[in-house]
Design a protein around this ligand. Structure first.
Ligand code: B1M
Length: 217
């Protein structure tokens, strides 16, 4: 029953039906499904299939945009639920997060930010296509413990290295831990550019961020 509903959510993301995605997501919550289950087994598979179709030339950019709109609508409904389930009062640490310059992919970065905030971190989300100097000034202003850099394109992941270089230049590198992620990013890339941590997904990001906080104290 819940498998059918999750499969319907996947289909409605692929089919570009944002209104249906939101209606089915609401239904899934009412049925008692966990928000992360809806994200990981309903919404994300839909985005993955839309991406694969795009790679094969079966989908064009408007298809991808409308699939993303469906997922974003559903995330607006799910984010407060995620936070409510993990209400924490004392901040575990401060995180500045954003998608690097030239890259407008938002969904994964926002999911990571929401999950960190749901797990007690104070999160400053700078959005997408974030200029290097904006990362640097926000880290300075908030005295952030961690900066999270998301990149979804092989052409923009170099931006993660550039932020690290800018942090060295600004004399901030010793004060802030760098967490990187995004589909083309890997542990070996993180090591190559001198990041402190890499996470494959939002759940992993929480674990790595917690570990990095442990390493700071
Ligand atoms: Co784009 N896109 N896109 N796209 N898009 C990809 C990434 C692509 C793989 C599709 C494909 O060809 N199969 C491909 C990249 C190829 C490459 O470089 N290797 C691609 C391309 C080529 C492009 C354009 C260049 C297309 C064009 O214009 N010709 C263009 C680039 C625009 C730009 O950024 N300058 C473009 C545009 C777009 C849309 C605007 C249409 C839309 C984004 C809308 C939006 O975000 N508001 C879009 C989408 C939706 C996708 C796909 C289909 C889905 C991305 C997504 O939201 N996934 C994507 C294919 C795919 O990934 N299957 C694709 C769901 C999300 C929950 O997962 O973002 O991976 P993800 O985040 C995960 C993990 O990666 C990780 O945790 C998240 C949660 O589990 N993670 C982190 C992410 N950030 C992290 C940070 C961390 C830790 C973990 O720490 C800080």
């Amino acid at each position: 029953m819940s498998e059918d509903l999750l499969a319907e959510i996947t289909e409605s993301v692929i089919g570009g039906e944002p209104e249906t995605v939101i209606a089915l997501t609401r239904q899934a919550l009412e049925m008692g499904l966990e928000p992360m289950e809806i994200i990981n087994q309903g919404l994300v598979p839909g985005m993955d299939i839309a991406g694969e179709k795009f790679s094969r030339g079966e989908f064009f950019l408007p298809h991808l945009l409308i699939a993303a709109k469906g997922m974003q609508n559903a995330m607006e409904l799910l984010e407060p639920e995620l936070v409510a389930r993990k209400q924490t009062f004392k901040s575990v640490g401060t995180v500045v997060i954003g998608t690097v310059q030239g890259d407008i992919h938002e969904i994964g970065k926002s999911l990571v930010g929401t999950m960190l905030s749901a797990n007690g971190f104070k999160v400053h989300d700078l959005g997408v296509d974030v200029r290097i100097e904006n990362f640097v000034s926000k880290i300075e202003e908030t005295r952030a413990d961690i900066v999270g850099l998301s990149a979804l394109l092989t052409t923009t992941m170099i931006g993660q290295r550039e932020v690290i270089e800018a942090l060295v230049e600004a004399g901030l590198r010793d004060r802030v831990k760098v967490l990187v992620g995004g589909a083309p990013v890997s542990q070996s890339w993180a090591e190559e550019i001198g990041a402190d941590g890499y996470a494959e997904d939002a759940t992993g990001a929480i674990q790595v961020a917690q570990k990095l906080m442990g390493a700071k104290s």
